[in-house]
Design a protein around this ligand. Structure first.
Ligand code: SAM
Length: 225
């Protein structure tokens, strides 16, 4: 009796494990792991363009978007620069939207979308990391970002990273009349205490991009919109 129950239990467990493993190998949707740390708000396309320009993407670079939303940043990177790009999101709905975006743009060879918690990722293969999260989440990522290869670039829409000095703070003047900030850091990261007051980032490191300098929408027009 006991052994029948045990057999039944083990078979059920095995079937469950195989189902989960095979769905994740095929890249199929998984259950939500936990609540996202920040809700989905898309980066305007003209800000995406400036983030990618600031990251100075080379042909062999690999781009990671941490919390990829509808996949617009990884799609834009692959479309404009022809590079490999990986988008990670914890929300299955966003993963589905990103994959649809990749498919619609015929970028399956270059772009991979995975349902993962960004705080579990190994970033050592990334040359460029893009963020649109929250100030506290940027800070929480510092231990992972410190493991990026030297010369990697991190660009963040809207939010800085307390304690780490950006190389550039750019202001993007958007179509809707709102100015948005973009921060650029290069690795190895420079601690704020090392900041040279003669080279305050709000002085020589600040840039402004006005509407007429932004090629959007011709470059990044998204067939989904
Ligand atoms: C503000 S949106 C940015 C979307 C996209 N990067 C963009 O700029 O348009 C933040 C995204 O992060 C995702 N997210 C939140 N916490 C996460 C976590 N721990 N791991 C992975 N993704 C997460 C959310 O589901 C959401 O899609």
């Amino acid at each position: 009796m006991h052994s029948d129950f045990l057999k039944c239990f083990l078979v059920t467990l095995l079937v469950g494990v195989i189902a989960v493993a095979s769905s994740s190998v095929r890249g199929e949707e998984q259950e939500a792991e936990r609540t996202p740390d920040v809700i989905f708000v898309p980066t305007p396309h003209e800000v995406v363009e400036i983030m990618l320009r600031l990251a100075d993407i080379g042909e062999n670079d690999v781009v990671y978007d941490l919390g990829c939303g509808d996949g617009r940043i990884v799609v834009a990177a692959a479309k404009k620069y022809g590079v490999r790009a990986y988008g990670y999101d914890i929300d299955p709905q966003r993963v589905r939207e990103s994959r649809e975006n990749v498919k619609k743009n015929n970028l399956e060879d270059l772009v991979t979308i995975e349902q993962k918690d960004i705080f579990t990722l190994d970033l050592s293969k990334a040359d460029v990391v893009t963020l649109y999260l929250l100030p506290s989440l940027n800070v929480k990522l510092i231990p992972q970002l410190e493991k990026l290869k030297p010369g990697a670039r991190i660009v963040s829409h809207a939010f800085d990273m307390a304690g780490v000095k950006p190389d550039v703070v750019a202001t993007v003047s958007c179509d809707d009349g709102i100015d948005r900030r973009v921060y650029l850091w290069t690795t190895p990261l420079k601690k704020e205490a090392e900041r040279d007051d003669d080279n305050d980032f709000f002085g020589s490191g600040s840039l402004r991009f006005d509407n007429d300098e932004i090629e959007f929408p011709s470059l990044f027009d998204d067939p989904n919109d």
